[in-house]
Design a binder for this molecule. Structure first.
Ligand SMILES: Cc1cc2nc3c(=O)[nH]c(=O)nc-3n(C[C@H](O)[C@H](O)[C@H](O)COP(=O)(O)OP(=O)(O)OC[C@H]3O[C@@H](n4cnc5c(N)ncnc54)[C@H](O)[C@@H]3O)c2cc1C
Length: 331
């Protein structure tokens, strides 16, 4: 079959590898400028040199056997590494912030892309025909197969099947006119937004921990990006706002968000002012209501739907979703 996959994140690329392995002719399209999706890495210039931030997913687990095999291969190739930060739980208390050191669950190895988070997606993308900077805006079923219209490349096709590997909200919009049942499934799933803040300091901070979950505060996560394996240069930090704070401030200016969340971090850790700060809004970050089945398939129109939102807000779940649809199509 000639198959178009819209979205070259972990779900789309995982499905693409399986389908190519079964002899299908796969073409991928992604609106991003390069490999990453929610495993993107942001580059920036600062007074302390060139900086890189993993501002989306922070780490991932590999409990599924098939996903673990892929990750082990990527680890052998140097695209993935293990991260063992000193962990902490932090919460505000009556006398200031309380910090409790934590140890990760023994069963859970934390993996990251190396030397940056998008390395895993770059490695998965190699060998595929991918058109970057192409946003799909319409799917049309004609007598000769499916055609997809992109905002730059125009109409592409015919394809025997089209697979959407994009967040639920974006899939819902694209499916509305072509597959109402799949559109309804996508619209029933929801994804929480997340403000991310990227910081660099003139000198390393002495916090005693490198990854903290934060409770009852505007921040839910803070990590020393520079403590991940293979990172070099100035000490960089990534902060994530809680879903509640993000929803309340979803339309706030980036600069105001960066300043507000940096204030919380500096108060919490005693850090001096950073020499670099910037904010990024993930409008669709982590699924909070999932579809509850690993993939969707419309057999009349030959459209498949995959992504983390089918299962859970995890890198591993995105791969499992793509793998499940590819296995179904191969049988
Ligand atoms: C702030 C944040 C923190 C996270 N933390 C973790 C964590 O610690 N651990 C963990 O396991 N997971 C975490 N996640 C979730 C994890 O990143 C996702 O579960 C996973 O990356 C989803 O992969 P995907 O392939 O389904 O989607 P994506 O990675 O979003 O890929 C979808 C792709 O589709 C493209 N696209 C969208 N619409 C269109 C269109 N119309 N046309 C063409 N292309 C389109 C996008 O450009 C994107 O590249 C986090 C995510 C965020 C944002």
């Amino acid at each position: 079959m000639k198959i178009a996959i819209i979205g070259a994140g972990v779900a789309g690329l995982g499905a693409a590898a399986d389908l190519k392995g079964k002899g299908h002719d796969v073409r991928l399209f992604d609106k991003g400028r390069g490999a990453g999706g929610r495993l993107s890495t942001r580059r920036a210039s600062s007074p302390v040199g060139e900086l890189r931030f993993d501002h989306g997913a922070q780490f991932f687990t590999a409990r599924d056997e098939g996903f673990r095999r892929l990750i082990e291969r990527l680890e052998t190739g140097g695209h993935v590494a293990r991260w063992s930060p000193r962990g902490a739980e932090i919460a505000p208390g009556p006398d200031g912030w309380t910090t409790t050191m934590t140890t990760p669950e023994a069963a859970d190895v934390w993996y990251v892309g190396a030397p940056s988070m998008n390395s895993i997606v770059k490695a998965m993308a190699s060998g595929f025909d991918i058109s970057w900077g192409e946003r799909a805006v319409e799917i049309e079923r004609r007598a000769d197969g499916s055609h997809v219209r992109f905002d730059n490349a125009g109409r592409q096709g015919p394809f025997d099947a089209v697979i959407l590997a994009i967040p639920a909200e974006q899939a819902g919009e694209l499916l509305e006119d072509i597959s109402p049942a799949l559109a309804d499934e996508a619209k029933a799933a929801t994804t929480a937004p997340c403000w991310a803040v990227m910081l660099a300091f003139a000198a390393p901070l002495e916090t005693g921990w490198e990854a903290a979950r934060i409770n009852k505060a505007p921040l839910s996560w803070a990590a020393c990006n520079a403590s991940k394996p293979g990172r070099s240069g100035a000490q960089t930090w990534v902060l994530h706002a809680s879903p509640e704070w993000t929803r309340e401030h979803v339309d706030m200016d980036k600069e105001d968000v960066a300043a507000a969340l940096t204030d919380v971090f500096c108060e919490m850790t005693g850090a001096p002012r950073p020499v670099y700060l910037a904010a990024h809004r993930w409008l669709y970050a982590k699924t909070d209501v999932s579809a509850g089945s690993p993939f969707g398939w419309d057999d009349t129109r030959k459209i498949g739907v995959i992504g983390d939102w089918r299962i859970a807000p995890r890198v591993e779940a995105a791969w499992q979703s793509g793998h499940a649809l590819a296995t179904f199509l191969a049988d």
